[in-house]
Every structure is written in structure tokens, then in C-alpha cells.
Design a protein around this ligand. Structure first.
Ligand SMILES: [Zn+2]
Length: 199
């Protein structure tokens, strides 16, 4: 329920300052450190800041609640490969295509179309992701926020494998496993961060 709050407030102009916090652009072949930083913020610097501020225990209860709601959302966003975008196509939003014959774009395919296509409830989807073993969990939780972003970039060859732009079963069959893996990694890493702050 709190996970979608940051998308809901996008229609409220008092939160315009946070509109660039959902994503980051890292051109092919570059690292985040080599990029020119967005003065409005990006998903990497925002997650790093939220974690530091939550650990500082200096926040008011109202601020702490907002920080946690943003953290839940952004840890998931950064694992969606197209929230770490290449240059020039707005994280796939400007790549228009057909999804089962209806107008969509590449970003929406990864944000929602493939997931909605399963027709699973949130709980059913979560169960379908399975449970990673302890060694895997520890490895995932050791990675840094910047490494999560590099992982998202590494899926570009698959994500952009869209042929003539008429996507349907074949694309999901090939690549939905990536979306599931990213959801699972994001959940495990969010749990790790919450344990670090409150455990
Ligand atoms: Zn978002």
C-alpha cells in the first residue's frame, strides 16, 4: 500500500521537487560516478540520502514516515531496469510500441504491462517469486545502491530486444523472469536496509 504513494503524489504539484527522484540516466559504457548529476536529484542519491537520514534518528515522526514510504518505492524503482535509463529515450517512455495490439511504451511494459499480464494479486505474485537461500540473500544485501544501478543497466540487451515493436507472449516468455528477479532482489534488499536501521 505505501509502495505506490510516491507515484500518487506525482499529480500533486507541491511534490514537484521529488519528480526526478524516481530515475537516473547512465549512458551506455559509463558509470554513475562519471555522469553529470541532475541538480534536482536522482534515484541513487535519493536512496543513499534517505538511508543516511533514517539512520541518523534525527527525523520528526512525520518526516520518518515520508522517508520510509519513499524508500520502499525507490528501492523497487531502481531495480526496474528502465529506471536506470540510457541517454535520450526517457527510460523507454519515448519508445512507443504495441503490447498485445494496444498502444504502450517500453517503460510501461516493464512498470506494469508484463506484471498485469500475469493477472496475479500482489500476494500471489510475491509468493511466485520464491524464497532465495541464505547465501544468496547475504550476497544481494552486501551490494551497494550504485551496484544495483549497474545491474539494472546490464539488462539493456534483453530489455531493448523489441524487434518490430509488436510485443506479446514471446517477449514476456523471454524476459519476465528478469522482472521477477528484480522484484525479489529489491524486496530482499529493502528488508536488509530496514534491519540495518531498526534491527
Ligand atoms: Zn517511481
Amino acid at each position: 500500500m505505501v509502495g505506490t504513494w510516491m507515484d500518487e503524489i506525482r499529480s500533486d504539484s507541491t511534490y514537484d521537487y521529488a519528480s526526478d527522484w524516481h530515475w537516473v540516466t547512465i549512458p551506455d559504457g559509463m558509470t554513475y560516478d562519471q555522469t553529470e548529476k541532475n541538480p534536482n536529484g536522482d534515484v541513487i542519491m535519493t536512496i543513499e540520502r534517505l538511508i543516511l537520514e533514517l539512520k541518523s534518528k534525527q527525523l520528526s515522526p512525520t518526516q520518518e514516515i515520508a522517508h520510509l514510504k519513499m524508500l520502499v518505492h525507490l528501492v523497487e524503482d531502481i531495480h526496474q531496469p528502465l529506471h536506470v535509463g540510457r541517454e535520450g529515450d526517457q527510460g523507454g517512455n519515448s519508445i512507443k510500441l504495441k503490447w498485445f495490439g494496444s498502444n504502450s511504451n517500453l517503460h510501461s511494459v516493464w512498470d506494469s504491462n508484463m506484471i498485469d499480464g500475469t493477472r496475479l494479486s500482489y500476494t500471489e505474485l510475491a509468493v511466485s517469486l520464491g524464497t532465495p537461500d541464505k547465501i544468496t540473500v547475504e550476497g544481494w544485501q552486501r551490494a551497494t545502491v550504485r551496484e544495483w544501478a549497474t545491474e539494472s543497466m546490464s539488462f539493456r540487451p534483453q530489455v531493448y530486444d523489441i524487434g518490430n515493436g509488436n510485443l506479446s507472449y514471446q517477449y514476456s516468455y523471454r524476459y519476465f523472469s528478469i522482472a521477477k528477479q528484480r522484484l525479489l532482489q529489491a524486496g530482499v534488499r529493502l528488508a536488509g536496509i530496514l534491519n540495518e536501521i531498526y534491527g
